[in-house]
Design a binder for this molecule. Sequence first.
Ligand SMILES: Cc1cc2nc3c(=O)[nH]c(=O)nc-3n(C[C@H](O)[C@H](O)[C@H](O)COP(=O)(O)OP(=O)(O)OC[C@H]3O[C@@H](n4cnc5c(N)ncnc54)[C@H](O)[C@@H]3O)c2cc1C
Length: 356
Amino acid sequence: MIATRLLPRLSAAKPAASAFASSSRLPTSSRAFSSSAISLANTLLYLEHRKGTLNPSSLVALTAAKKVGGDIHAFVAGDEGVKDVADKASKVEGVSKIFTSESPKYKGLHSEPIVPVLKSLVEKNSYTHVFAGHTAIGKDVIPRLAALLDVSQVSDIIAVESEDTFQRPIYAGNAIATVKSSDKIKIITVRGTAFDKAAEEGGSASIEEVSDAEAADAPTTFVEEKINQSSRPDLATAPRVVSGGRALKSADGFKKYIEPLADQLNAAVGASRAAVDAGYADNALQVGQTGKIIAPELYVAVGISGAIQHLAGMKDAKTISAINKDPDAPIFQVADVGLVADLYEAVPEMMEKLKK
Ligand SMILES: Cc1cc2nc3c(=O)[nH]c(=O)nc-3n(C[C@H](O)[C@H](O)[C@H](O)COP(=O)(O)OP(=O)(O)OC[C@H]3O[C@@H](n4cnc5c(N)ncnc54)[C@H](O)[C@@H]3O)c2cc1C
């Protein structure tokens, strides 16, 4: 069961611009209250990985888990390479034990076979908390676990106030809810931009294998995965992002103006939902409430109005720069640097200047 309270500071109706007036990050708790009180928490972290690499969102979730305090164990499952991932994870600072489970049943990392094993671990070890990244996989695995354990999930947290109280954004990030869970087991996903990643060195966790015997025979079968191959940096983690909006008018316009600018800045490419819906850019590039939530060092918004749902995905960028021909476009209310100009003139000019 959870109780929710809105932060008074943000619960009053405010124009979008003032709610996002600063480009600073959403408030995150840097207070490690566990240092002043003995924590009775006992946490299991669900570790995501791909091709032998730990997902950064799991390392972010670990930082949030550390704020709760207590002992932290991790669980890694997969159909191959699990040992290598566990070896890497054992060096991550703050984890004392890694449980591993490797089985062909986990191909595709679907939640159906993984969650019964997770549930059994949680019950056997009496974990008080389960943490995971708020990623596509986290959003698949964690709600199923919460349902099987018959507890409420607290999703997409951005701050830890205490062992049972967390903050999470609501209304596309325009208000922050403080959520207190009275459930015996707190099941939590963590926003990938809200905490720093835990250090990948300095730990020495033990590794223990668990059987896949509990893995359910899943009603779904993994068929194939198609991943967009791109030589550009990954949108979710790139330090620089250049995004285009509806103003690009076509897929060709997007290719001609956004992609070369991104390449010149060694940046990832992003897009507004309007650009994605119109077919100018791939769905995987969408930034915003229903797309990716990112916090790069530099975010360049080209021909994007700055609708609240778009801001929800990029307002934590350290520096926001915008090109828009409308001086009243809302994007300028969050931009650190704004250029009121026609993108079809400004982008080629920028490219020329960047070449020098
Ligand atoms: C539930 C929900 C979820 C949503 N989720 C998302 C989301 O995740 N991400 C997202 O982006 N949107 C999302 N949206 C949509 C959002 O509300 C906006 O419709 C969308 O962001 C608008 O995209 P845009 O800025 O590219 O287009 P527009 O709003 O049409 O803006 C285009 C901008 O380009 C400027 N422009 C035009 N021509 C030029 C030119 N030649 N040079 C320079 N500037 C020019 C215009 O002045 C204008 O500001 C969501 C909406 C809903 C209801």
